[in-house]
Write a protein that binds this ligand. Sequence first.
Ligand SMILES: Nc1ncnc2c1ncn2[C@@H]1O[C@H](COP(=O)(O)OP(=O)(O)OP(=O)(O)O)[C@@H](O)[C@H]1O
Ligand SMILES: [Mg+2]
Length: 212
Amino acid sequence: MGGKLIVFEGVEGCGKTSQMQFCGQWLESLGISVIATREPGGTELGLHLRRLLLEKADNQPIAEVTELLLYAADRSQHIEQELKPNLAAGKYILCDRYTDSTIAYQGYGRGLDMNLINQLNLIATGGLTSDLTIWLDVDVEVGLARKKGGEASLDRIEQETIAFHRRVQQGYGELAASYPSRIVRVDGNLSQETVQKMIQEILRVHLNELTL
Ligand SMILES: Nc1ncnc2c1ncn2[C@@H]1O[C@H](COP(=O)(O)OP(=O)(O)OP(=O)(O)O)[C@@H](O)[C@H]1O
Ligand SMILES: [Mg+2]
């Protein structure tokens, strides 16, 4: 049996990390072996890149194309070191963010050239696309309020303007409309329990190897 790449996407605070955990536990309870990973930061090298990308750099801002290249470098390493071997071993990989994040954040959010982004995504992934992407569609304000209510301080991207986050959100909407069979929208404003159940339903339908 080949592995599956299941990606969780959405704006800040939409519930990716928590839903990925619930989903992993649920799959494990069904006897399915799961790997949980994330971008950026799914490898040791990637952890260094994640820190560079997300820490607040007040006096030396990261140039936009530099940011794009750092995300691509993280992705390339992640695919070679984590995704390809685990997929080959038949694992289910749950991944917190992937190529759609780059399109949404660097493309729609920053306004970088989509052709450049698509080329870099292709170089970094070697054409590896997700089998299924769950887009947790939460209102930007709701997601940010969840983050602000939490313990951790806001990272460099979370501190961007509301207008930036709205463009990112619009990006996810357009991506979902363009790739309806790969990207499935879930209303992330609903309760965690409801979202969890909806994701399980989606997985049941989409991953026909799961005979539940
Ligand atoms: N459906 C929900 N309803 C209410 N609160 C939620 C819901 N989903 C997640 N939360 C809470 O919102 C916060 C952010 O959730 P989580 O970390 O899972 O989001 P995320 O998408 O991973 O965020 P980030 O973009 O920062 O990685 C957490 O405190 C979590 O408990
Ligand atoms: Mg998270």
